[in-house]
Design a binder for this molecule. Structure first.
Ligand code: SF4
Length: 363
């Protein structure tokens, strides 16, 4: 639920970067300790430089849980701001400079669809099943996991979340990203024939009752349109031209690509591996272009390129701009609480339970 949605006036769009920079700096200093700006690694350089804390979904959720700031401005996408609202106290307020900054992956699963599938899976005799939702999902899905003994995971802790769930049940229902679920489970030694995909367009998700009864992991048929752009054929050609290239990918990429990659992990993992690598090493990276280009500029002693002939980028992350960030901060200075992200009361408690189970995982 969003209240008081507001967009910058047209005149603000004509301001130069220098003018915006000056105004953002003034607004930031007026708000002082009252304000915390969180920035996801996929944000543009122009925006992320204003973040007090930058990170992946997991790091930003932890930062939100730990801050005392009254205003948290989220430079990321909507589900991240919702997670921050779930984790903060009622007197703290979370804002997103553009409330239309959603996530195509989070949009792949809706609560009614998940509940319908859940009922069918139970009717087929699966009684000990744990739901896991990737953090890229609505607060209603997080609440669903909270009330059904499940938890939230991010790409940083999906392995620990799957282990946690399998200690408590025979089966997992993993949504909305099939690739994170499959790639992580396979790496943990769970064979593909113990996983099925739930295609919501088909009866029984496109499976037989026996398939579902036998499966250890039921994967929702969701995917990220950005990470979908990377593929194994490109790696094959690249390696023919450059035998010393290291391929590092995000686990939202498909299974075939994951099998050809040298490294796979969250954005925080990708940053760490490249940072710790030796000068002169060569890297092809499969994740959003803003992060890859930032790494390229930051580590000029290494060769870093994107694992595609074009630059896949996240259009919704790009909805956060210096213009709407400036407008958001100036409105807050004036006491106008625009673009606040408020998770409905009925979801908060159960969603918090699922998020806290994730934060309690040992990784
Ligand atoms: S990169 Fe993909 S998963 Fe991440 S916010 Fe964009 S659409 Fe969603």
């Amino acid at each position: 639920m969003n209240i008081n949605i507001s967009f910058p006036p047209d005149a603000m769009r004509n301001l130069s970067l220098e003018e915006l920079d000056a105004r953002i700096s003034v607004a930031k200093s007026r708000l002082g300790d009252k304000l915390l700006i969180l920035g996801h690694h996929y944000q543009s350089d122009e925006v992320i430089r204003y973040a007090d804390h930058r990170g992946d979904s997991f790091g930003l959720a932890k930062a939100a849980a730990q801050t005392d700031a009254e205003y948290i401005v989220f430079c990321g996408v909507h589900f991240m701001a919702e997670t921050a609202d779930i984790l903060t106290s009622p007197d703290q307020k979370v804002f997103i400079p553009d409330v239309t900054a959603g996530c195509s992956l989070a949009d792949c699963a809706e609560i009614d669809q998940v509940e319908d599938a859940w009922k069918i899976i139970h009717a087929l005799g699966a009684c000990r099943i744990t739901p896991i939702t990737y953090v890229n999902s609505g607060a209603d899905l997080k609440a669903f996991c909270g009330r059904n003994g499940g938890l939230v995971c991010t790409s940083s802790n999906a392995k620990a979340a799957i282990e946690w769930a399998l200690e408590r049940s025979e089966k997992l229902f993993f949504f909305p990203d099939q690739h994170l679920g499959r790639n992580t489970a396979f790496k943990m030694g769970i064979p593909l024939d113990e996983m099925v995909v739930w295609d919501l367009e088909k009866p029984l998700g496109g499976n037989t009752p026996e398939d579902i009864q036998k499966a250890k992991i039921i994967l929702w048929d969701g995917y990220c349109c950005v990470h979908q752009e990377f593929n194994a054929a490109y790696v094959k050609n690249l390696r023919k031209k450059d035998s010393s290239i290291n391929v590092i990918i995000h686990p939202e990429c498909n299974f075939e690509l994951a099998q050809t990659a040298d490294y796979m992990g969250s954005t925080a993992y990708i940053i760490r591996v490249i940072e710790e690598s030796s000068a002169g090493t060569r890297w092809a990276v499969a994740t959003e272009k803003n992060l890859v280009n930032r790494l390229k500029n930051q580590y000029s002693d290494k060769h870093i390129e994107i694992l595609q002939s074009f630059e896949p980028f996240c259009e919704t992350m790009a909805k956060i701009t210096t213009v709407n960030l400036c407008y958001q901060l100036e409105q807050l200075v004036q006491g106008n609480l625009i673009n606040q992200v408020v998770v409905e009361e009925k979801y908060c408690k159960e969603a918090l339970k699922a998020v806290n189970r994730m934060l309690g995982l040992k990784i």
